[in-house]
Design a protein around this ligand. Structure first.
Ligand SMILES: CC(C)(COP(=O)(O)OP(=O)(O)OC[C@H]1O[C@@H](n2cnc3c(N)ncnc32)[C@H](O)[C@@H]1OP(=O)(O)O)[C@@H](O)C(=O)NCCC(=O)NCCS
Length: 226
């Protein structure tokens, strides 16, 4: 099961971040110098907390945002810590993934470390983009798509690659052409599938993927098939 949440900057609390961040997170925020990066990092931390709170509430557990600690593993992937033993026990085995884009954050929780989420605003890209980052099959899908669908398709393929590379805890440390994405048509904001195949050199488990469009953003999820 995957549970997810999107938040915008309007959803941030008016409270100072120091009132709801853990100590290591306050230290991390203090080290971030670029305002845009600070804002997106904060929105990711807040969205993750709201998602975790909603998830815990389903088991009748309440949790103060200050009792959670979301810090990066050496790979950069987020990890969840909790002060209360009951909350810690309820979150045992659950893994978090975070993405942000242009004032929105998208987080997901799943009972597998192989979970990746990505959000990308649909926007024009340089004409060389697909040639530089996509496989021949992906480039052919873009070239044969109706011109008015190309921008969306390029965004969906790129986002699915990022979600898959997060699920593998690799991020952009590897060539994006090592993951191939076949994106099924999506309409009406419904989730559609993305068939994901990885170069054997990555020694990746089989991955399943989905994507959808929401208010001018593409959302993608990738998860290790059980
Ligand atoms: C991970 C990566 C694909 C993110 O893509 P992006 O479109 O730039 O940014 P997104 O907003 O979608 O995702 C960023 C989030 O991905 C997560 N992330 C970072 N590295 C990750 C990894 N290796 N695996 C899984 N998740 C990762 C983080 O939660 C990060 O947000 P945060 O730093 O605010 O917590 C890409 O930026 C990357 O590979 N960066 C390099 C990571 C790196 O250098 N790590 C070294 C140790 S910090």
């Amino acid at each position: 099961m995957i549970t997810w949440l999107i938040q915008t900057e309007r959803d941030l609390p008016t409270l100072a971040p120091s009132a709801w961040l853990s100590l290591p997170e306050r230290e991390r925020l203090a080290a971030l110098r670029v305002e845009k990066r600070r804002r997106e990092w904060l929105l990711g931390r807040w969205t993750a907390r709201r998602l975790i709170q909603r998830h815990l509430a389903e088991s009748g557990l309440a949790c103060d945002p200050r009792d959670l600690q979301i810090v990066a593993a050496p790979s950069g992937a987020p990890t969840i810590g909790a002060l209360q033993p009951a909350v810690r026990a309820a979150l045992e085995g659950w893994h978090l993934t975070i993405s942000h884009s242009q004032g929105r954050a998208f987080c997901a929780l799943a009972r597998t470390p192989a979970i990746g989420a990505d959000i990308e605003q649909v926007a024009p890209r340089h004409p060389a983009f697909a040639g530089d980052y996509f496989t021949p099959i992906e480039r052919a899908a873009v070239a044969t798509a109706p011109p008015e669908r190309r921008e969306l398709l390029i965004t969906a393929i790129w986002s699915a690659k990022e979600a898959a590379l997060k699920a593998l805890r690799l991020g952009l440390s590897v060539d994006t052409r090592r993951v191939e994405c076949r994106v099924a048509p999506a309409s009406g904001g419904a989730w559609a599938t993305v068939a994901l195949s990885c170069d054997p050199i990555l020694e990746a488990p089989p991955l399943r993927g989905w994507w959808r469009v929401s208010e001018g953003y593409v959302l993608t999820l990738a998860v290790g098939a059980a």
